[in-house]
Design a protein around this ligand. Structure first.
Ligand code: RB5
Length: 152
């Protein structure tokens, strides 16, 4: 798979380690994040990876900031994006099986590298189950087209 990865200053080392891991698993990794430890703004990187997923430039995305919260919030503002922030593998797996998430986020200040790898494994190995879950995911995505959210 082609995976877009993004991060802010708090997650440079984690991003590098996870990129190596993803490549070892056979994935192509495109880096949209910062490689500098200088303070920067997570929304920039959340939006970049989300836009790459939206455009089909990559198949899915991985986002890392201090907590994973800010960068996933930013990504979720991009139409068509379903980003989940996880601190353990069970939610990561279920977020794919039930919610068809297309971006995984986690926090470099929250999880260690071994937990991060388990979260990534669970998410990448899981498959969307469709059926009743598809109806619910469609309901979530329909919110983007409601009055006030629709593109005029
Ligand atoms: C940066 O200090 C920190 O706020 C950011 O990485 C992230 O945790 C925000 O949600």
């Amino acid at each position: 798979m082609k995976i877009g990865i993004g991060n802010d200053h708090s997650a440079v080392e984690m991003k590098k380690n996870i990129s190596v891991y993803l490549k070892e698993l056979g994935h192509e990794v495109i880096n949209y994040g910062t490689d500098s430890s200088e303070s920067c703004n997570y929304p920039v990187y959340g939006e970049k990876v989300a836009a790459a997923v939206q455009d089909g430039e990559v198949d899915c995305g991985v986002l890392i900031c201090g907590t994973g919260v800010g960068i996933s919030l930013a990504a979720n503002k991009v139409r068509g994006i379903r980003a989940v922030v996880c601190s353990e593998p069970c939610s990561a797996r279920l977020s794919k099986e039930h919610n068809n998430t297309n971006i995984l986020a986690f926090g470099a200040r929250i999880v260690g590298i071994e937990m991060a790898k388990m979260i990534v494994d669970a998410w990448l190995e899981a498959e969307f189950q469709g059926g009743r879950h598809a109806d619910r995911v469609n309901m979530v995505m329909d919110i983007e087209n409601r009055k006030g959210n629709a593109i005029e």
